[in-house]
Design a protein around this ligand. Structure first.
Ligand SMILES: C[S@@+](CC[C@H](N)C(=O)[O-])C[C@H]1O[C@@H](n2cnc3c(N)ncnc32)[C@H](O)[C@@H]1O
Length: 414
């Protein structure tokens, strides 16, 4: 045994590293609501943690630090931080959409939940480099819930602030009149940031996770489902062959379904392109994920603890693309295809771009990071839906991953 084993421990070694319960003012607000109303659903808890108007994770103004939530020095990064190639591929895809729609004027791109605005910036730069009329007909509309993120978008989109015809903001999707969008509704990692309900199967019955506040801590308790919409979602899953076993805990994203309905309403003619972490319902609710997919991100580290660092960490849950597709179909949106980021980028010619880069250069490595099949290339899925156009063929869907037809819901592709 080494001699140092017997030395007294220095005092700093005994200090217990306590993880904060969260932003003090937010914790006070959430606790006060629970004391007032009784236990709240997990969805309400997540709504407050991320989007409380003053102290929520995304909503708080923190002098220039809004950028630090997303990015290398923040809590997590997205494809937009890695390399502009995704934005460039989208620009290529959307130009093809423009041709399919007969080059309308205006051609509108609505981006929802644009975060720092990097994808928007790189997309607009790629379009501005074109020599045809597309850029002049393009209207880029951003919808962002967080004032802090919106301010950040305005910084990154500064070159376009003098052209309100090209780039503008609206507060909510509901502000867009029915059928008013001819073009594309696009999002990257928006749906996984919507508040989710959590359910657990107990004694053969689905129960819902509620959050209470006791002895200075947030704790879970199971109660009956808070809304019939959850029972309806479970019925739909059962009709797809998804039966959750005893003890299974998972998330249901009702917000995503309401959002999809509203997207379908606002789109007159064109496409919806949704990029996110996610799976088909059968995969998401399969035996591999008995505890669900809820994860929190703080300083580039993932954890399963939503009740610490409340308001100081991001919270996400993977997306059920089958339920999104079915809801879209009910609103007149047909599935064009379902793919992953790797196949999408390959279909849009990323290999040609890689050929122009020095192998081993940091730029080359960044593009590879977006393609890597055991990483971002396969984790990120892309659902494309269309309305008002017959059997469109898109380059981004040329390469079909094995699950490519998993969301084909109907024979009709109109
Ligand atoms: C995970 S971040 C993704 C950021 C960005 N798209 C990217 O790829 O870097 C989610 C963004 O969606 C925004 N958001 C969440 N719910 C929203 C809603 N209902 N309407 C508009 N924006 C929303 C958040 O404020 C945040 O900026």
């Amino acid at each position: 045994m080494p001699a140092w084993y017997f030395l007294p421990l220095p005092i700093y070694a005994l200090k217990v590293h306590r993880v904060s319960i969260g932003h003090p003012k937010l914790v006070t607000e959430v606790a006060a609501e629970i004391l007032r109303t009784g236990p709240i659903t997990f969805a309400r808890f997540m709504e407050l943690a991320l989007y409380h108007p003053r102290f929520g994770y995304y909503m708080r103004q923190t002098e220039g630090a809004s950028e630090e939530r997303i990015g290398w020095s923040g809590d997590y990064y997205t494809s937009a931080d890695v390399h502009p190639v995704l934005a460039q591929a989208l620009a290529r895809q959307i130009r093809q959409v423009d041709d399919l729609l007969g080059r309308p004027d205006p051609f509108t791109v609505v981006e929802m939940g644009a975060g720092k605005g990097l994808l928007a910036r790189d997309f607009l730069a790629a379009c501005a480099a074109g020599t045809d009329s597309f850029y002049h007909r393009l209207r880029y509309v951003l919808i962002e819930r967080s004032p802090a993120m919106r301010a950040c978008q305005q910084r990154h989109l500064a070159p376009w602030l003098d052209s309100p015809k090209t780039v503008s903001w609206v507060n909510e999707l509901e502000e867009l009149p029915t059928g008013s969008v001819t073009g594309v509704v696009f999002s990257n990692e928006l749906v996984d940031a919507f508040p989710v309900h959590r359910i657990r199967i107990e004694q053969g019955e689905p129960k819902e996770v509620f959050v209470e506040y006791r002895d200075g801590r947030f704790e879970e308790r199971l109660q009956v489902l808070s809304t019939l919409d959850l029972s309806e979602s479970l019925r739909r899953l059962a009709s797809l062959g998804v039966i959750l076993p005893e003890g299974y805990t998972t998330e249901i994203n009702l917000h995503a379904l309401a959002w999809m309905k509203d997207v379908a309403r606002a789109l007159g003619r064109g496409f919806v392109i949704t990029i996110d972490y996610g799976h088909t319902a059968q995969d998401l609710y399969g035996p591999d994920r008995p505890r669900g997919t809820l994860l929190c991100y703080y300083s580039q580290m993932a954890s399963e603890s939503p009740y610490s660092r409340v308001g100081l960490q991001d919270m996400t849950a993977h997306v059920d693309f089958t339920s999104l597709a079915i809801t879209g179909e009910e609103g007149g949106l047909h599935v064009t295809g379902f793919t992953n980021q790797m196949s999408f980028l390959m279909g849009l010619g990323v290999e040609r771009m890689l050929e122009s880069l020095e192998p081993g250069s940091s730029e080359f490595q960044s593009v590879i990071q977006l393609l890597r099949p055991e990483g971002m290339g396969r984790t990120f899925k892309i659902l494309i839906q269309h309305k008002g156009i017959t059997e469109p063929q898109l380059d981004g869907l040329r390469f079909k991953p094995f699950f490519g037809s998993a969301l084909t819901l109907s024979e009709s592709k109109v």
